[in-house]
Design a protein. Sequence first.
Length: 241
Amino acid sequence: MTAVVVNNLSYRYQKGGKQILKDLNFTVEQGQIVAVLGLSGCGKSTLCLCLGGIIPHYLGGEMTGRVLINGQDTADCKIARLALEVGIVFQDADTQLFSPTVEDEIAFAPENLCLPPEQIRQRVDAVIEMVGIKHLRYENTNDLSGGQKHLVAMAAVLALDPPILVLDEVLAQLDAAVKKSVTEILLELRRRGKTIIIVEHDLEALIIADRVLLLEDGLLANDGSSSLLQDKELLARHKFL
Ligand SMILES: Nc1ncnc2c1ncn2[C@@H]1O[C@H](COP(=O)(O)OP(=O)(O)OP(=O)(O)O)[C@@H](O)[C@H]1O
Ligand SMILES: [Mg+2]
């Protein structure tokens, strides 16, 4: 099954302004881990916003083309509905966390779904266990380190159990041991059939990808297997080495 279809997607934040995404076309099959690689400013986070429907729903600008998430056009689908399909862990975790404690943060989305309290507790327990943040459960989210905030944001997203997960430069901000455990979690999620899109600068973090999309100044410069990461000449050409 095709989880994501991006069809002739172009975007400008302001009408008549700089074109940020340039006629992107790609699909992602369910159960794939796809890495999106590109230099700073090439449009990776903008693409994430399009996948989650924040563009065009919350940010105006000028979007042309279509993004289909499990067959639904993001432009025609309510954000609340899309949030059940695509969970995004944003590059800046501070914009994502707003509850007083870690536990509240993770319970927030399941509470909004009006799940019975016992089910909410089970989901919170399960993701806290999975992400390995038991020790942070009752901490104030403001007191966490940058990496811990990303883990909590990821747990909060997983509490909704979305079939598609988008991580915007999360791995690069974690220390080596935590990065390894998050990588294991992502592999386990893939085994469970989740579709995962990882946006990164950090080449090393992408070895688990089934496929790598290379974005260059808003254009899809390459769409290939993860063996692309071994292609030193190509990486040098795109200024990754
Ligand atoms: N809200 C906004 N309004 C106008 N321009 C924006 C906005 N957000 C991003 N941009 C511009 O869009 C371009 C792409 O930004 P984007 O954040 O998508 O890049 P990125 O690949 O995620 O970069 P990084 O690796 O640094 O996170 C940049 O030129 C940026 O300045
Ligand atoms: Mg970004």
